[in-house]
Ligand binder design. Structure first.
Ligand code: EPZ
Length: 417
């Protein structure tokens, strides 16, 4: 998919099943390397980032089979420890394979994930933790050669920042290590708990997942496992926002509402009629809102950085002054220039995006800058008078399954070109 055309101002309505969480299935796919057998993963979303992760597993010697939203990985014959530069660049978050490859093979050769649309993606926290666990890390031109000839050993690790990826890498590296690993100031995102649920079902001994102290007692082996990936809370936020900005109504099924409290609170504070029974979320939008909110993104359970772009368009329906302050990624607001092409009036003041009241959006031709910023442009096009064309929509395919069909089923006039 490269380009999408939208004719706006249609009220969206209907029910939607939420896809499995991209940021949960990616570390879980990496963790399948620890299992000398089969991992059956249900509710696995069909995304280009997942395709890239499966390509890495196949490159490492695994057998991967996908049947609709079920993926089966057999890592019995995994034998390679090198991930190519091409695959590392295809998916920034492939660094999450590092701990798994070192644990399984005793060695890993990767390249630095490099910057992405959101800015530099350093991995210093990953590397300093792995070094504490007995891993030697050497730079050779732009390749990173890591090895743990004597095996990975447990350690006490304090993360100076509760990095999601670093927490995941340490947990994966610690499962089959000698001794016990304690992570202090660990990330608490629901996707970490889902990864630990998967690993514990395979025989790992992990306590404290979802809290800031995670304790992993190394075991000798992990066995075949079956797991259902938790629902994607950012995709859910995107579809709730689409109903909110088009004065529509939506019922989301199979959501993990308990993991979305800050997002549900946002729509409630904005003035939407939003209700949930824990599994389903119902939202009814309004023609216009009068809230004045100043949102600050943060690590879980704060309002998620990824939810910022997909909820900001709602500010354009509110006659108050609303703002979002981003605290996680430097380049989170690259999509704002494109958003303002719709006649929006979002001003940037440092890491704060400010919306000054209701704007009648006009259809525009725009380019996606990143995954969630691209989703924001679709939401703006759905609100705008007239026709919009959105280019470089491959960014969106990284995180959304069949987004055009999903919006069309909700009543949008949208098609791929
Ligand atoms: C994960 O990225 C997600 N990706 C991101 O979603 C999400 O936005 C982010 O967590 C925050 O919730 C996946 O799970 C695949 P971090 P991750 O390590 O692990 C700095 C998407 O497209 N940092 O918590 O990379 C880093 O620069 C993505 O779905 C270091 O300084 O996030 C950033 O400023 C976007 N050194 C901050 O921490 C390190 O060693 C948060 O990074 C690691 C991170």
């Amino acid at each position: 998919m490269k380009t999408i055309k939208v004719r706006g101002k249609k009220r969206l309505g209907g029910c939607l099943q939420v896809q499995g969480a991209k940021n949960s299935v990616l570390p879980i796919l990496a963790a399948t390397l620890l299992i000398n057998g089969r991992s059956v993963i249900h509710n696995c979303p069909d995304l280009t980032d997942v395709d890239a992760a499966l390509k890495i597993l196949i490159m490492l010697g695994c057998v991967c089979v996908r049947d609709e939203t079920t993926v089966i990985v057999d890592a019995s014959d995994a034998a390679n420890y090198e991930i190519s530069k091409e695959l590392m660049s295809e998916m920034r978050s492939s660094v999450v394979f590092l701990g798994a490859v070192i644990s399984r093979m005793g060695k890993a050769v990767i390249s630095y994930p490099g910057g992405c649309e959101l800015g530099p993606r350093p991995i210093d926290l990953h590397l300093s933790a792995l070094k504490k666990m007995g891993v030697s890390v050497n730079d050779a031109d732009d390749r990173l050669i890591c090895s743990a000839s004597g095996g990975i050993r447990g350690a006490e690790i304090f993360l100076t920042f509760p990095s999601v990826g670093a927490t995941e890498n340490i947990i994966i590296a610690a499962c089959l290590s000698k001794g016990t690993t304690v992570i202090k100031n660990a990330a608490k995102e629901p996707e970490i708990s889902d990864l630990c649920d998967f690993l514990n079902k395979a025989g790992a001994k992990i306590k404290g997942a979802g809290s800031s102290t995670v304790i992993i007692e190394g075991v000798n082996k992990l066995h075949s496992v079956e797991h259902r990936v938790l629902p994607d809370r950012i995709v859910a936020a995107t579809y709730l926002s689409a109903a909110a900005v088009t004065n529509g109504e939506i019922c989301l099924k199979n959501t993990g509402a308990a993991n979305m409290l800050s997002i549900i609170r946002f729509f409630d504070d904005m003035g939407c009629n939003i209700k949930t029974n824990g599994k389903e979320i119902y939202l009814k939008g309004k023609e216009k809102y009068s809230a004045c909110l100043d949102i600050t993104t943060g690590v879980y359970p704060a309002f998620p950085t990824d939810a910022g772009p997909v909820t900001l368009p709602l500010f354009l329906k509110s006659d108050g002054s609303n703002s979002i302050t981003e605290t996680i990624f430097k380049n989170r607001f690259r999509y704002i220039d494109q958003l303002n092409k719709f006649n929006a009036d979002i001003t940037l003041d440092g890491n704060t995006a400010i919306s000054n009241g209701i704007k009648e959006l006009i259809g525009a031709n725009v380019e996606c800058t990143d995954l969630r910023g691209g989703a924001a442009l679709i939401l703006a096009a759905l609100m705008a008078e007239g026709e919009s064309v959105i280019y470089k929509t491959y960014h969106i395919e990284r995180g959304y399954c069949n987004i055009v069909n999903c919006f069309a089923e909700l009543g949008a006039d949208i098609k791929e070109l």
